[in-house]
Design a protein around this ligand. Structure first.
Ligand SMILES: Nc1ncnc2c1ncn2[C@@H]1O[C@H](COP(=O)(O)OP(=O)(O)OP(=O)(O)O)[C@@H](O)[C@H]1O
Ligand SMILES: [Mg+2]
Length: 257
């Protein structure tokens, strides 16, 4: 969709989003851009699972999800975290409307690897026209990444994966991952540009690990002719100035942008 920006807000940074982040959103919205937000909720989910004494482990940055874990993920993500973000947007006069991937059958999902990961889903279809209805009236959809299959079974979808699939389905012109680090780091320094090949190598070498793995993978799979660059930026600081985003730019090949 012409002029659509998909922004993934990491659960890791939701409580620390700077006012300049919301001011950037205001500027983009006022320019007439369609804004879609997908959010994670890692720390909040972790805390609630701990309180309820439900064990949880990560496999390659993905949270292995049991049936009872899935209930908690949905309650925290589609409940507390989603509404927190929507109300924050409204405080900045930004018209947010919260949905999960179950609403409007927005995210159809299938298990990624039931045996190894439990109810972790992969996105099989995005209902882009459902989102288009909101965008047409200038609303900002705020999406909790819970997916559902045709039988009503729900899945926990990594928010980065969901954002990548949504950007692709909407033919977004921009995809931005907002997280708690300034971008991809190598020996403590920011990697400003990385090609698909360089990203693969950094995963192989263990430079990129944990939660950064699904993020860069989602970035790579969203890249296309209409989306030649995906950005990873920090939500703790201003990442947008003089018309430029600051962070890691992931591109298919060197010098695309
Ligand atoms: N090379 C790397 N550069 C930067 N961060 C890295 C790297 N390798 C691993 N990471 C980790 O990835 C984390 C970001 O992913 P994480 O999943 O924790 O956050 P998020 O995706 O923003 O939040 P959520 O998963 O809740 O949506 C960083 O805080 C860092 O610990
Ligand atoms: Mg993450």
């Amino acid at each position: 969709m012409e002029g659509t920006i998909v922004i993934k807000c990491g659960g890791s940074v939701l409580n620390e989003l700077s006012s300049s982040f919301f001011q950037s959103l205001q500027a983009l919205h006022a320019q007439g851009k369609n804004i879609v937000i997908v959010h994670g909720g890692g720390p909040e989910i972790g805390q609630m699972l701990k309180q309820l004494a439900i064990e949880s482990e990560f496999v390659n940055g993905l949270r292995k999800t049991t049936k009872e874990g899935l209930d908690v993920v949905e309650m925290v993500l589609a409940g507390k975290v989603n509404k927190q973000l929507v109300s924050l947007l409204w405080q900045y006069h930004l018209p947010g409307v919260g949905v999960s991937g179950v609403d409007g059958r927005l995210l159809e999902a299938a298990p990624l690897d039931l045996e190894r990961l439990g109810y972790v889903g992969t996105v099989t279809r995005v209902n882009a026209s459902f989102l288009a209805h909101f965008l047409r009236v200038r609303y900002i959809p705020v999406i909790a990444p819970i997916g559902c299959d045709q039988n009503g079974q729900k899945y926990n979808i990594n928010a980065d994966t969901a954002a990548g699939a949504i950007a692709k389905a909407l033919r977004a012109q921009q995809l931005i991952f907002v997280t708690d680090v300034p971008g991809v780091l190598h020996n403590g320094s920011l990697v400003e540009y990385a090609t698909a090949e360089e990203i693969e190598k950094m995963i192989e070498d263990g430079i990129i690990s944990g939660g950064m793995i699904p993020k860069v993978k989602a970035a790579l799979s969203a890249l296309s002719d209409s989306l030649p660059e995906v950005m990873i930026v920090s939500g703790k600081h201003s990442f947008y100035s003089e018309g430029k985003l600051h962070g890691t730019s992931i591109q298919k090949e060197a010098g695309v942008c």
